[in-house]
Design a protein around this ligand. Structure first.
Ligand SMILES: Nc1ncnc2c1ncn2[C@@H]1O[C@H](COP(=O)(O)OP(=O)(O)OP(=O)(O)O)[C@@H](O)[C@H]1O
Ligand SMILES: [Mg+2]
Length: 269
């Protein structure tokens, strides 16, 4: 049985697609067979971040509507043989995805021996987000350390505990907090909420804290998920998050302002 992980948030533009791509790559790098699906009908973004946009022939909606087989639509990653992308459709019809269609695709992936299915949710709490989370076993709730983002994630948590298949069966979706665009400096000056603040407000356990980093934009311009840019703090933080998702314990990094020592103050570096 594949483990279905939804990457979700209330507010848009917080880093879900960036996170979906890096988590999927990180899981594949550890040898798991992974599919990452773009649920953002009409927008299509994941294929750009994954660097496979020119190879999209068929998409998620084509498979759901029977115009293509899942095999035809899955795009094999250039870097990992065990990683596949299912792109979103650019159709304007928001109702093109159906519950039955989504279930059929997820089941087929599971039957094909996939270990993990990462669902990149669209923003908001409308149908697309609902479909992305409905069949999930685990949810990575992506939050920026600011009040509006935290407040909107609270509404997503409400949906996860009431409007998912697990919730309907009296079970729970396993929820994780992933804080991103974190700036320890701005936390220290009181402009941003701290990890502890956000954990306390949402009552969630943190699976990762990704620092604000220009490497993220550079990576997306290159079509190379930032986790693969191993020199980058954002990459290392995503790798920690993948390890924790798989059950490892790792200390949090990049959450405090680096205090420069005497020598580095004198000589730089
Ligand atoms: N750690 C980070 N540091 C700097 N910029 C970041 C970071 N994470 C994400 N971003 C930037 O934030 C923007 C939004 O990211 P992304 O597309 O992943 O968000 P999203 O939640 O998927 O958006 P949408 O809700 O529209 O689907 C992008 O420009 C991305 O480069
Ligand atoms: Mg997105």
């Amino acid at each position: 049985m594949a483990e279905i992980i939804v990457v979700t948030s209330g507010k848009g533009g917080v880093g879900k697609t960036t996170t979906s791509a890096s988590l999927a790559c990180g899981l594949a790098r550890r040898g798991h067979k992974v599919a990452v699906i773009d649920f953002d009908v009409g927008l299509r973004n994941l294929d750009l971040i994954m660097g496979c946009e020119r190879r999209v022939v068929y998409d998620f909606v084509n498979v759901v509507s029977g115009e293509a087989s899942l095999k035809q639509a899955l795009i094999k990653d250039k870097r990992f043989d065990n990683l596949f992308v299912l792109a979103a459709s650019q159709t304007r019809d928001k109702d093109a995805l159906t519950m039955e269609g989504v279930e059929k695709v997820l089941k087929e992936l599971s039957d094909d021996g996939f270990d993990y299915i990462v669902c990149d949710s669209p923003a908001g709490i409308e149908k697309g987000a609902y479909l992305a989370m409905y069949f999930s076993d685990q949810a990575v709730v992506v939050v920026n350390p600011e009040v509006s983002s935290v407040r909107d994630s609270d509404r997503i948590l409400g949906l996860l505990s009431s409007k998912t298949k697990k919730a309907e069966a009296g079970e729970r979706v396993k929820e994780h907090l992933l804080l991103t665009r974190y700036s320890p400096k701005r936390v220290e000056t009181g402009e941003m909420l701290s990890v502890g603040d956000v954990e306390e407000i949402l009552g969630l356990k943190t699976i990762g804290v990704i620092p604000e980093s220009p490497d993220v934009l550079n990576a997306s311009n290159k079509g190379e998920p930032v986790i693969l840019d191993t020199e980058s703090p954002a990459s290392q933080a995503y790798d920690d998050a993948v390890a924790r998702l798989l059950g490892d314990t790792r200390p949090m990094r990049f959450t405090t302002v680096e205090k420069k020592g005497f020598f580095s103050k004198m000589f730089g570096g």
